[in-house]
Design a protein around this ligand. Sequence first.
Ligand code: ADP
Ligand code: MG
Length: 231
Amino acid sequence: MLEFREVRKQFQVAGKTIPILDIPEWNVNQGDKIAITGPSGSGKSTLLHLISGIMKPDSGVITLGGERLSEMNEPARDSYRSAHIGYIMQDFYLIPSLTAKENIEMALSGAAKGKSRRGSVDEWLERVGLKDRGAHKPAQLSRGQQQRVAIVRALIHEPELVLADEPTGSLDWETADEIGNLLLELCGSHKQTLLVVTHDLNMAERFPATQHIHQINRMNRTLQVQEDVAI
Ligand code: ADP
Ligand code: MG
């Protein structure tokens, strides 16, 4: 459902070009649940930004759900993302002035307000153990509870592809464990694809598949070789 061919991404910083990603070939099948691991600065977030269409590659082809994402303009990528992708970030990004329920409702389009195919917002809140917390604002929730709200917000429109960038990075290990389990449980359907970037090896172990960024990114492989030689 996702294909990368000869994809490159680089950044310009102070007049210098810094290559970050060089992905000759990478394929993800529908229904795959993959934990992507790798050191800080190795391009994991950049990879998710390319998949979600937040960024465009400098060259190469990204195909998602049969569509050439890398050839779409920004508005087309934005609308593709809101229809097909659920995105969960390390720091939740809930709107502080809105309640948990209102934060979730924002993700539902006009026609679907209040109800998704898998039930109402209240049913979703119950599913993630927040039955009595719908009227709470983010500051009145624990960090783990805030992440649960962010997860419902990302999943309620039933995206084919769920991307999570270090979803447990700012949580204590016990809460991180619960959130990892919850993500796998909620995205358990054979149709839903889940890609989670994490350096929580505990969580990665729970996934049916783990890929190190060096397996995907040739750039890092070269860096890795240099590091190895240096050692
Ligand atoms: P990771 O998520 O694996 O920690 P990132 O994908 O965030 O890594 O970043 C990879 C590298 O690209 C880092 O060295 C980072 O400094 C650099 N980088 C990321 N975004 C930008 C940007 N917008 N401009 C310049 N450099 C960036
Ligand atoms: Mg990152």
